[in-house]
Ligand binder design. Structure first.
Ligand code: UT7
Length: 324
């Protein structure tokens, strides 16, 4: 029997309207546009409006992807949504989006892998398609990470933004996703986390203690090293070489991390999609937002090989090498 591949047939994304520049942040914390730009590459971020949820952004991104694919919501047999900032504890945000799209009946669930959420969701969806279980799948990465930011803490508040991206996957006899690699090491949990939750009890701290804590420098070091190994592993799993990759579409946390990965792949920055300047770190939203930008701007063309990767809290890290 011929192998079944999953192919990305369309992409979509959504960003909140409100844009906050580095200069705006200079007014609320002791920071500077110069520090933020040189340390991270970030120039601005989009921030969700009051009442605007992860599910709202996910729904818009999904609608745009489905429209571009020419696929009706009722045709979907699976929705996988990567997020760390679900609208409510349950039902899952995937279920909330499913109902709004009118895809009722198909399987729908969330994946929490912090910034690697979309890459995990894509890896899982790929397995569903390859096994013959699903034919048309909606994969979403969506976050409102700024909801758990302490706006007095300059170490973290300048880094994050809100947004969502989505892709429609279809079963195909043509490749397709060649390889996905998913990893985690919970031993690093305290370097990047938000230690508040249902089962541990919501702590009586300001803002319920719901805020991101990150040891930035340590995360940076592990991220660069881990992503180096991840891209090697992914090339090997796909049976490809650095020179086969047309575009690197990395997680958008820090331009210096992106440049380090590009260097490892011997790729000039002209072949790397960079949106961190515009979006900041949107966690699970980051890779699908960058992918949608790359597709809609005409940079990425059909038939090209794309390497997608992400690294985040957990730690988690994951990748996909695919023919677009
Ligand atoms: O998406 C999940 C994965 N997350 C990441 O990949 C993030 C990884 N980490 C990073 O991107 C970087 O470590 C940061 C951008 C978070 C920080 O950059 P850094 O070059 O590692 O700076 P640092 O933490 O070593 O801090 C350098 C200095 C410190 O001052 P002193 O101790 O040298 O006097 C900080 O207090 O910069 C100071 N600083 C700031 N100054 C102005 C920290 N935040 C700010 C700020 N504005 N916003």
């Amino acid at each position: 029997m011929a192998p079944i591949y999953s192919r990305i047939i369309a992409t979509g994304s959504a960003l909140p309207e409100r844009v906050v520049s580095n200069a705006d942040l200079e007014k609320i914390v002791d920071t500077s546009d110069e520090w933020i730009r040189t340390r991270t590459g970030i120039r601005q971020r989009h921030i969700a409006a009051d009442g605007q949820t992860t599910g709202d952004l996910a729904f818009l991104a999904a609608q745009r992807a489905l429209e571009a694919a020419g696929v009706k919501a009722a045709e979907l047999d699976l929705i996988v949504l990567g997020t760390t900032t679900p609208d409510i504890i349950f039902p899952s945000t995937a279920c909330l989006v499913q109902a709004r799209l009118g895809a009722n009946g198909c399987a729908a669930f969330d994946v929490n892998a912090a910034c690697s959420g979309f890459m995990y969701a894509l890896g899982i969806a790929d397995k569903f398609v390859k096994s013959g279980q699903s034919k048309k799948v909606l994969v979403i990465g969506a976050e409102t990470l700024t909801r758990m930011i302490d706006w007095n803490e300059r170490e973290t508040c300048v880094l994050f933004g809100d947004g969502a991206g989505a892709v429609v996957l279809e079963a195909s006899s043509e490749p397709g996703i060649h390889a996905t690699c998913l990893h985690a090491d919970g031993g690093y949990k305290e370097l990047l986390w938000n230690p508040v939750g249902v089962s541990t009890g919501f702590k009586d701290e300001p803002n319920h203690g719901v805020r991101i804590r990150m040891a930035g420098r340590e995360v940076f070091k592990v991220a660069v090293k881990t992503l180096d190994a991840l891209v090697d592993e992914t090339l090997q799993a796909a049976g490809m070489h650095e020179s086969d990759i047309d575009w690197l579409i990395p997680h958008q946390a820090n331009l210096r991390i992106i440049e380090a990965t590009a260097k490892r792949l011997a790729m000039p920055m002209e072949r790397v999609i960079v949106t961190v300047d515009q979006h900041a770190n949107t966690s699970s939203g980051s890779v699908p937002l960058a992918l949608d930008y790359a597709v809609r701007s005409g940079k990425v063309q059909r038939g090209q090989n794309l390497l997608l990767e992400a690294f985040g809290g957990g730690f988690t890290w994951a990748s996909a090498l695919l023919r677009f």
